[in-house]
Structure formats: structure tokens, C-alpha cells
Design a protein around this ligand. Structure first.
Ligand code: THG
Length: 368
């Protein structure tokens, strides 16, 4: 495929010079911003991620800042997840749905203060929705996109690298909690989170001006840990079942279909948008659900189209939404949406790949 031509519409990040210098080979666009897709190859990047440590420019995980007396009420209107027990210093993965219960986004919510949050969004224009809800409900809050760019440090050596730069206390940060750490006289929010199953942190870099100095310091300190530039890795995220908004689910899907029912508390999330629409499905369960799909045969190509999942007789019973070759598991790993009739673990199905029909198995557990 041809390259992405630079333009002001496709925003660069505070780390783009660093990403370029590290030899990025592929880009995608996410929240109208550059996001690297690979540096060496998906395979090499994946193997390195599982063994060492990587620095990821995930600036495209833009923040929606919400501050004011009604911030807490606003957030509970925006998500069917019960936020009453969320404390300052905590992060939560929250479904955000429309009035029909359709997924609008699956952000990480960061609670900065009783009256202040960051919504760390996936790839959809959630800022418009939040601003409109604030207007419609007449909430007393400010809503804006701050100059905050997440930098993820992922991999088994992430703690060692981060301790070098931010001190030993970084090791005490618990999963989906954050601490505040000093860097160049600025307080940075650093959470133990990130879009991989290999462990690590996300630094919410507050101010573009400190972006490259921090990037360079991480690479200098990481030399002995074999640090490399990386990015959310297609293989590892499918093996781990990490969902990609726009790929694995859209506003056509409910959180129950996405396996995010555990993040919906309809009994207590009173007043949340979409609650009424979701109630029946909360009782009966969805009619289709996201599943791991193990696809036989030669290495599949990556794809920008959903591949039908069919029965032997050719009836469509689902679709593959993300797929790639896994070298660790020596098979084609995929995420798909599968009808209730075929979603039980171990069900044999067929996938209509571009190069022909393949045997596949539906799995209830992902590979990692
Ligand atoms: N970090 C931050 N912002 C983000 C992402 C992120 N915004 C966009 C996108 N990623 C949002 N989507 C996800 C999807 C999965 C997870 C986080 C954000 C995730 N899931 C864990 C899992 O499934 O194992 C844990 C979820 C939980 O138990 O709460 O981490 O990556 N800042």
C-alpha cells in the first residue's frame, strides 16, 4: 500500500521525531493522529516485546479532560459501569454507549480528583459526544482536549527501566492505579496499564515540550535492557484478546456482545445513557459474542475486511474482525463475533478467507 502523506489533518505527536529516528516502517491514523504499527516486522516486534522492554508513542490515545462540580455526575451518565467506588489514583476500563446501547468508545478513565477526570479514548470522536451531553444536561463542567500524550513502557523489563528514570517507588504502583512522579519539575501521572499483556506503565506526558527529552532519557537508560521503540502489536493484542474499537466492535455492538458485560452494572448505574436499551440484554444475554478464533492453514494476510464465519453448509454465523499469524502459537489467531449457536468453546466452523475457505475453531479463552 502507498504511504500516508503528511498533512495538518493527520496530527503529529510530541514523539514523532523520535519514532522517525527509530525507523518506523508503518503508520495508521487513530483519533486523527499518527500511530506507528511496526518497526521491524509484526513478528520481530512481538518477540522483542515479550522478552525485553519497548517505548510506545500512544499519544493518539487522546485525553478528554473533564473538570467541575458535576464531573462525577457526568461520568456516571456517560457509562453503564458503576463508578461510585472509584477513588482518586484509580483507572477504570469503561464502556461508553449511546441511547441504543451501542458502543461509542471503550476508554480508560483516570480519576485525578473528586471533580476531575481524564477519559483516555479509543478511536472515535468522543469529545463531541461529551460536549453535547454536557450541554444537553446543563452540567457545570469544563470539557477540553489537553496537551497530554501517553507514552507506554511495555514488556517484562518495564519496571527496571522505569525505576532507573523515576525511582524505585514506581515498582509499588498497582495495576490500573497511578502515582505522580517528578520529571523536570513537573508532576506526571504514571499508571500501571497499557495495551499489551506483557505488563508495564503508561506515562501521561503533560506538555509536548518535555516529550523528546523524556523519550531520549528512556532510550539512554534502557540501553542495558535492550529497549526498542514499539507500538501496540497486532499479534500480541490478538493473542491477548485486547479489543480494538472500530475493528472488533462498533456502535452496532453492545458491551455484552463485546464481552464487556462485566463492566456494566445496570442495577446501580442509574441514569446512565443506554441503560434502558441494555436492560433486556442484561437479562437474556446477547445473541452474539466476541470470541477467539483459531484459523488453520498457511499464514493469513492482515486484513481490512471482515471475513465471514460460516457453517459447513455455508450459513453465515459470524465474522472475523482481526486476524494475524502467531509465531509463538504456530497458528492464525483471530478475534471474531460469533452467533450463540456456535460460540461454545471448541466449536468447529469455517472462515471465508480471501484465498479460500479454511477450517477454524471457536475458543472461549484467548491465547494469553
Ligand atoms: N491505555 C490508555 N488509553 C487507551 C488505551 C490504553 N485508550 C484507547 C484504548 N487503549 C482503549 N481500549 C482498551 C482496551 C483494553 C484495555 C485498555 C484499553 C485493557 N484491558 C485489560 C484486559 O483486557 O486485560 C484490563 C481491563 C481491566 O481489567 O480493567 O487494558 O491501552 N491509557
Amino acid at each position: 500500500m502507498a504511504s500516508i502523506v503528511p498533512s495538518r489533518r493527520v496530527r503529529r505527536t510530541p514523539f514523532t521525531d523520535g519514532v522517525t529516528a527509530q525507523g518506523v516502517k508503518g503508520y495508521t491514523v487513530y483519533n486523527r493522529m499518527l500511530l506507528a504499527t511496526f518497526f521491524d516486522s509484526f513478528h520481530y516486534d512481538c518477540a522483542h516485546l515479550k522478552e525485553h522492554v519497548q517505548v510506545w508513542d500512544v499519544s493518539c490515545e487522546r485525553q478528554i479532560a473533564v473538570r467541575g462540580p458535576d464531573a462525577k455526575s457526568l461520568m456516571q451518565v456517560l457509562t453503564p459501569r458503576d463508578l461510585r467506588r472509584m477513588v482518586v489514583g484509580q483507572c477504570m476500563y469503561i464502556p461508553v454507549v449511546d441511547e441504543q446501547g451501542g458502543m461509542l468508545n471503550d476508554p480508560v478513565l483516570v480519576k485525578l480528583a473528586e471533580d476531575e477526570y481524564w477519559i483516555s479514548i479509543a478511536d472515535s470522536d468522543l469529545l463531541l459526544w461529551v460536549k453535547a451531553i454536557v450541554q444537553g444536561y446543563d452540567f457545570n463542567v469544563e470539557v477540553w482536549e489537553p496537551d497530554v500524550s501517553p507514552l507506554a513502557i511495555q514488556g517484562p523489563k518495564a519496571d527496571d527501566l522505569m525505576a532507573r528514570v523515576f525511582g524505585e517507588e514506581i515498582r509499588d504502583v498497582r495495576f490500573f492505579r497511578y502515582g505522580k512522579f517528578q520529571y523536570q519539575n513537573r508532576e506526571l501521572v504514571i499508571a500501571r496499564s497499557g495495551y499489551s499483556k506483557q505488563g508495564g506503565f503508561e506515562i501521561y506526558v503533560d506538555g509536548s515540550d518535555i516529550g523528546m527529552p523524556l523519550w531520549d532519557e528512556l532510550f539512554a537508560a534502557g540501553e542495558e535492557f535492550n529497549v526498542r521503540a514499539g507500538c501496540p502489536n497486532l499479534i500480541e493484542r490478538i493473542e491477548g484478546g485486547l479489543l480494538s474499537y472500530g475493528n472488533d466492535m462498533t456502535s452496532e455492538n453492545t458491551p455484552y456482545e463485546c464481552g464487556l458485560g462485566k463492566f456494566c452494572n445496570l442495577e446501580t448505574a442509574i441514569g446512565s445513557i443506554g441503560r434502558g436499551a441494555l436492560l433486556p440484554q442484561a437479562l437474556t444475554g446477547p445473541s452474539q459474542m466476541i470470541r477467539a478464533i483459531d484459523i488453520a492453514g498457511e499464514a493469513t494476510p492482515v486484513s481490512d475486511q471482515a471475513w465471514p464465519i460460516v457453517t459447513e453448509g455455508g450459513n453465515k454465523i459470524g465474522q472475523v474482525t482481526s486476524v494475524t499469524r502467531s509465531f509463538e502459537f504456530n497458528t492464525n489467531v483471530a478475534i471474531g463475533m460469533v452467533d450463540a449457536s456456535h460460540w461454545v468453546d471448541g466449536t468447529n466452523v469455517f472462515v471465508e478467507a480471501p484465498d479460500g475457505r479454511r477450517e477454524a475453531v471457536v475458543k472461549e479463552k484467548f491465547w494469553i
